[in-house]
Design a protein around this ligand. Structure first.
Ligand code: PHE
Length: 513
């Protein structure tokens, strides 16, 4: 700020700074720095600066050498002793180009005399002795002596004057210019007057109005920095869609395009009854072990179940019905009441089908995509929670052929058109089929889902008519997501070890062809 104060302070006492160059010299300041300060003050209109352009002579490199060491002609003159010297010896004493220039100038100035050795003492203009060959052989032996006693180094003096910015006559300028000792340069500076916003000291613009400013009352004097509306703000930290959400959205679109309705899956806590018993899963089934299922401690049991339906479920488990022999074991209500984290979304399907059976029959196509929980050891492909995609169609007279047809339709929309089915077992479906798809990248068949036709032991106790069949299938959302996004460890997709870069930068999801 010292420089700024120097400029503003000077203008407080003087009308103007007529020449920034002179001002800088007088104050012993660097002109370049003064120029920067003037430009800035001019920008804020504290001063009014006008350009000054001056053509200035400056010394060339050669010029500055002579300004220091003297002109070549003087250097040459001083190299000649009082008694004279041969041209050869004189040449040895001086740098060749210096000798050449000095020689010419000294002759021109008539400072030296040259007497040719084989000449009978006749002096000659040295200019004529220049050259090569025989002639210069002769001239080498010429005797050189001073013609005047003293010389004055005008060239050096002129160069120093120019260096100091003093005025030099135009004839001298021309001569120096011809000898390439000086060149012209445009010098830029300013003349400076007070500007419309002049103040002897610049106030630093305040960026904030503080509590202290108000208490002290100095807000009245403060100048506030104008708000910069075109400044670029901080980049906005937006949210990012997780790959699972992207794939879920696409699968959802497929179901909707196929005319399916979404089932309400907003209850992670389910009773064993809807998760297992209603699905004709026997109470001794290993999946109902606490090693495979998370049971709830609080609340440990469900509050209400549809009692008449519970009785029909108990009966089908114990002694069968509708042409089934049942399992032949003693069904316990306490087991059915136990709360758990649902192990599959088929628990929701059973609730939905029961609800459907309570009304005059109408065919339905239902789907859901939501979270399920299994008490499993975590590894590269398993987590204790994952997402299930589930679809079902409930209609009269559906067959296994319908299931296969729908699966082809559904999976080809997902981009998997080569399918194979393998007989499987589920307590609630008969027949059951595992679904395999040929993976072009992996060059092999990979299991992609499970399917089947719900058993009469499940549907009839609900109250569905005998000719109503339900075809259904389920798969995980994680499996296709990992294949689509090339993720080989489920832990980088979901959970506390998730790869945040992946979450922020994953590409859009496109299924199918
Ligand atoms: N519930 C089955 C599972 O968890 C999937 C499935 C749904 C199978 C519907 C058949 C019918 O794997």
């Amino acid at each position: 700020m010292a420089l700024e104060d120097a400029v503003l302070g000077y203008l407080d006492k003087n009308e103007e700074i007529s020449d920034s160059g002179k001002f800088a010299d007088e104050q012993g300041l660097s002109h370049d720095e003064i120029v920067n300060v003037i430009k800035s003050l001019n920008g804020f209109r504290l001063v009014d600066a006008q350009d000054i352009k001056k053509e200035k002579w400056v010394l060339t490199q050669e010029g500055s050498q002579y300004a220091e060491a003297g002109s070549p002609e003087v250097q040459l003159f001083l190299a000649i002793p009082n008694e004279g010297i041969t041209q050869e010896d004189l040449q040895k004493k001086l740098d060749p180009s210096l000798f050449k220039i000095g020689w010419q100038q000294a002759i021109k100035n008539k400072w030296i005399e040259v007497i040719k050795s084989r000449d009978s003492g006749k002096s000659q203009d040295a200019g004529k002795l220049q050259g090569s060959g025989k002639k210069s052989q002769d001239s080498a032996k010429s005797q050189v002596s001073r013609k005047v006693e003293n010389v004055e180094d005008r060239v050096k003096d002129l160069l120093i004057k120019i260096q100091n910015g003093e005025d030099v006559g135009s004839e001298d300028i021309d001569a120096l210019k011809r000898r390439k000792l000086i060149v012209q340069q445009t010098w830029k500076g300013y003349s400076v007057k007070k500007g419309p916003k002049y103040a002897p000291k610049r106030k630093k613009a305040a960026t904030d109005l503080t509590r202290e400013n108000i208490q002290r009352g100095d807000w009245r004097e403060l100048e506030f920095k104008e708000y910069n509306f075109s400044a670029k703000g901080q980049p906005v930290e937006g949210g990012h869609l997780h790959p699972l959400l992207k794939v879920r959205r696409q699968v959802q679109m497929i179901f909707l395009q196929m005319g399916f309705e979404e089932m309400p899956t907003n209850n992670f806590v389910e009773s064993s009854f809807w998760n297992f018993d209603a699905l004709f899963q026997p109470q001794q089934h290993p999946a109902r072990d606490s090693h495979d299922t998370f049971f709830l401690k609080e609340p440990s049991t469900t509050r209400t179940l549809p009692e008449d339906y519970v009785q029909r479920v108990k009966q089908i488990h114990e002694s069968g019905g509708y042409g089934s022999r049942g399992y032949g074991y003693e069904w316990k209500r306490e087991e059915a009441d136990k709360n758990l984290l649902r192990t599959h979304t088929t628990a929701v399907s059973s609730r939905m089908l029961y609800a459907l059976a309570q009304q005059p029959f109408a065919p339905k196509k239902y789907y859901s995509i939501d979270r399920v929980f299994r008490n499993e050891a975590v590894d590269r492909t398993h987590l204790a929670e994952f997402h299930q995609i589930e679809g079902l169609i409930c209609d009269r007279g559906l067959t296994l052929g319908d299931l296969i047809g729908v699966l082809h339709d559904f999976f080809s929309r997902l981009g998997m058109s080569k399918l194979r089915f393998k007989p499987a077992y589920n307590p609630y479906t008969e027949p059951s089929m595992e679904i395999f798809s040929y993976h072009e990248g992996l060059q092999k068949w990979v299991e992609i889902g499970n399917s089947g036709m719900f058993r009469p032991e499940m549907l009839r106790p609900m109250g569905l008519p005998e000719d109503v069949h339900v075809i259904a299938w389920g798969l995980s959302l994680e499996r296709p997501t990992m294949i689509l996004y090339g993720i080989d460890n489920i832990r980088s997709l979901f959970g506390h070890k998730v790869d945040l870069d992946l979450i922020k930068t994953n590409p859009i999801c496109r299924l199918g062809l």
